[in-house]
Every structure is written in structure tokens, then in C-alpha cells.
Design a protein around this ligand. Sequence first.
Ligand code: GTP
Length: 598
Amino acid sequence: MDLTKIRNFSIIAHIDHGKSTLADRLLEATGALTDREKSDQYLDKMELEKERGITIKAQAVRLTYKAQDGQTYILNLIDTPGHVDFSYEVSRSLSACEGALLVVDAAQGVEAQTLANVYMAIDQNLEVFPVLNKVDLPSADPHRVCEEIEEIIGIDTSDAIFASAKEGKGIPEILEALVKKIPPPKGNPQGLLQGLIFDSWYDSYQGVIILVRIFEGTVKKGDKIRLMQTGGIYEVNKVGAFSPHPVELQDLAAGEVGFVIAGIKVVEDAKVGDTLTHHHQPAAKALPGYQVVKPMVFSGLYPIDSGEYDALRDALEKLRLNDSAFSFEPENSLALGFGFRCGFLGLLHMEIIQERLEREFNVELITTAPTVVYRVTTVKGEVLNVESANMLPDVQMIQQIEEPFVLASIHVPNEFVGAVLGLCIEKRGIQREIKYLTANRVMIVFELPLNEIVLDFFDRLKSISRGYASLDYDHLDFRTSRLVRLNVLINGDVVDALSLIVHNDKAQYRGRDLVATMKEFIPRQQYEVAIQAAIGNKVIARSTVKALRKDVTAKCYGGDITRKRKLLEKQKAGKKRMKQVGSVELPQEAFLAILKIK
Ligand code: GTP
């Protein structure tokens, strides 16, 4: 393959600025999609591919495009996720490219993740060119947004393309710009093989599928390959590319992007960031890989019906096969029985996994409030990673507790600056910088404890800014902090699944608010339910759910049977998400009450 005819690119954008819609238009315009598939958002669809026995996860799609110069080009579009939790996936997609389309909503302008993503692209020396999307909107002001891009990011917008992915406007111009502006890849197809694995996933029909960007050499069917980091040796069964359906190719040579299938049984053996080379004539060194990502947020997942424990474990195992950033291990709670402690990259990642478990695997869950990882040094000098309040050693055993801090960058219109500053300070933030990006857009940078962000920060930020604020954050460091365990007692018994680690200064009112909020969620039962919050043995707050006096159906005077039945059904449905804890039935909401404190 002639390298000058290849372009490898990504689309980077803030969430909802139209990346997926634009990608679909590019697929359509180059004839990669049939009418049936045009329906919507091809790149986001996993279901479709399942039917065909091969899954497309990290989407790397090969498009064939005949340019105005009469030449045919191969455009490899490497998709990137847009959300704050997945920035590491963005960076690894970018390392397979020479260029990136920067998509900015022409009505919204530059947002926090636009900036985070574009800096990643610039750091990796990619050619970045701006596309102003959604110009069809009445509120679109692409010229203003161009000024914003120049001022804030410092990239030239004189050739920026005004587009509407929705209406198909600007698509031919984008395709031409890809060919003209993005440099072709470099590399020697005869060199010693070096391929960067930028994604891998398990497919039940084919085994592990690896997505690679070949930087040097050529790989083909029958080759003996070695993965340089894990040392595994395999024989290649198939190489190819997605266009967007899998197409087998003769080989993949320097500059190309595609898949390799080589009889690898488990994804752990084909680590993202590893370098693929030939077994007999290996490259001298591996390509620079990626930072290993560690879960930052943890939560307990318990089946509502304890008989579903094995089904839940199987479902978690299946999910982990395709998601190396997700972890889980068995956990036992006195209150909730057997379940799993699961680790996620962030809150969105957690929600996605929980939803998939319920939707795809049909397991009903009780989830506990999310927590971060604390670093605890004991008096004996041991250092423990504490992922749940229950793992926290006794106070006398603790020398110090450190908590993770992040550097958060918040973009917000001028008028909300005061409210955002107030929120950050309330959340124990330390101000780093306030910068006016334009006359009306402000970037606020704070150091914040991650513990405060996983609770309700994001929702609060959205509500105080009427949805206009955007947030991006990066892990910073661990800092010593005065943290205590806050226990919740139900009718005098500590419910371990409700324990939390909170900052000492906030323990009092968090405890008070928590019991008050829980009271709202716990339905009346046959007897009185006392809810208490305690630090150590000291009870700091209490509320009571009064006993139920009447049968719910009592008011039906035995007359209207349908009404009676309806009420009983309602009661039954309400019970679905309940967990018997001692003598009390607790609904799911009670376990997440900490997130609902106002
Ligand atoms: P994530 O996949 O969630 O990161 O979002 P995305 O950036 O891929 O955005 P997506 O393509 O899902 O578009 C977000 C919303 O904007 C959808 O409701 C689209 O229909 C809409 N949208 C995309 N492009 C345009 C456009 O050119 N004009 C208008 N009016 N709406 C658009």
C-alpha cells in the first residue's frame, strides 16, 4: 500500500457536540454504510455487529475516498469516547493517528473536554483542524466560536469548515481537508515489525481481536508474532480492517490500521499499549505504551435475590473481558450478603456498567454509594489501599489517611463564576486559577478531593450553572486528610453497606442530613424504624420512620376489589428493589441517600 494514500485520523469533541453524527456522515459519504445502517449512529452501535458474530468496540473504520485530485485514499477513522471518564482512551486512540478533526458546536463553543482533548492531540504532534458543527441551529455563531478557538486554543481557524452533521453540510469539504491537511503516515513496510495495540476485546467466535497501528514492517496471516510486554507468542490467523464490516486483508503494513486475530484466548494477554513484533526477527525495542489505568471509584454491587450471585459473577466476568479498566472482587456484607466490590474509572463508567448488568444480563442489583480509594498508613507502617469504609482499620491502628485529589478545570459563562467558586470552596477545593478565556467564558481551575466529586459535585455544578458548566479533571496526588468513618445504624444495628468515609469537619452535618434523607426513602413498616448516624460509638444524629398503622388496603372497605388489587400490585412493585436488612426492608434509594443530600 502506498503510504502517501493513507490518512489516519480521529475526531475529538466535547460530549454532544456531534462527533458520532459526523462520523456517520463520513461513513455514508464514502459509501461505507448501506441504507439500513444509515438509520443512525453506526459507530455507537454494538448490537448490529453482534448479529454478525464479530463485535466492533473501539471503532477503527477504514473508508475509501476518491479525492478531487482523482486519487483514491484510505481514510482510517479512529473513534474516541467523549466523556471525562475516558480521557485515557482518547489519548490511546490519538497515538494511532497523524491528525484530528476538532469538532466544536457552533452554538456552544469551546468546552472543558474540547480543551482537554485538543491538548492531548497537540502533545502528540497531530495536525488538528477545526470543524464548526451544528451551523444549522438558529443560535449558531460559528464566527464567534472561531474567535474563541483562536483565543483559547491558539489554532488557526482561517480554513475552519462550517458544517452541519445533521443536514450533511460541509461533509465533502471535510473529506478533502482530511486528504490535504493531514500528513500521510511514515514507516518502512520492510522494517522490523512494530505494531501498537490500541484496543483489544474478546469475541466469542474469534477469540481476542486486537486493533493495531503498524508503525514499521508488515504483518500477515501465518506470521509468528510476539507481544513484547507479555512475551506471548502466537500465530496470526487473520488480518484485516473494519470498513465498517470486517474485511480480511492480505497484510497490514507500516502506516496502516486494522485488526489481527491470532488465537489469543484472554484479553489480558493482549494488553492495550503492548507492541506486536515478529517472533523470529523482533524489533529492537517496544513502542512507547500507555499509562496503566487504575479504577478510581468503587462501589458494592449485590444481587437483590441472593440466588443470583453466580449469575452476577458470570456477568461481571463477561464485562471485564472487554473492559480492562473495570475490576471486581467478591465482597461480603453483613447487611447485603454476598456481592462484589467493583472498581470504575469514574461515575459515568460506573453507571454504564450497572446499566449493562441490568439490561443485558438481567440481574437486579442493589448498589452502594460510590467511594474513592484511600491510602491508609497503619501505626505499624503498613500502607493499605482502602476501597470501602468497612476496610478502614480501627482508629487506634491508623497513623494517617490520605485521599486522592484531582485537578479540575471548569468552563463556565461569566455570570455563574460566583456560584461555581462557592461550590468548589464548599467541596474543600483549593483555587489554582481563574482565567477569562473570552469576555464571557471563564476557566476555573481548582484542586479538589475526588471524594467530594464522586458524591454530588457534577449534578450540583450543572444545576447552579443551568447546565452551562463543563468539567474535566485529572488525577493529581494523595494528600493527608482528617477522615472518619461514619456509620449508619438501623434499629440499633450498624449496617455495614451504609458506612461512609467522610471529612471530619463535615461528619456532623453529613450525618444529620443523611439520616433525614434516608427517612424519606424508607417506607413505613410494621414497627418503628430508628435511623442513627454515628462516628465511632458516638451517635450524632437520629430520625425515626413511624410504624405503619393500617393495612394499605384497609381503606377500601372491602368494596372495590380492582382498586384493592391495584394497591397490592403497587406495593409489590415497590418492593422489587428492597433488601431485607435485619428486620427492616431497605429500598435501593436508601443505599444511595448520601448522593441525594441537598
Ligand atoms: P457522544 O457520543 O455522547 O460523545 O456525543 P457526540 O459528540 O458523538 O454527539 P452526537 O453525534 O451524539 O450528537 C449529539 C446531539 O447533537 C444529537 O442529538 C445529534 O442529533 C445532535 N447533532 C449532531 N450534529 C448536529 C448538527 O449538525 N445540527 C444539529 N442541529 N444537531 C446536531
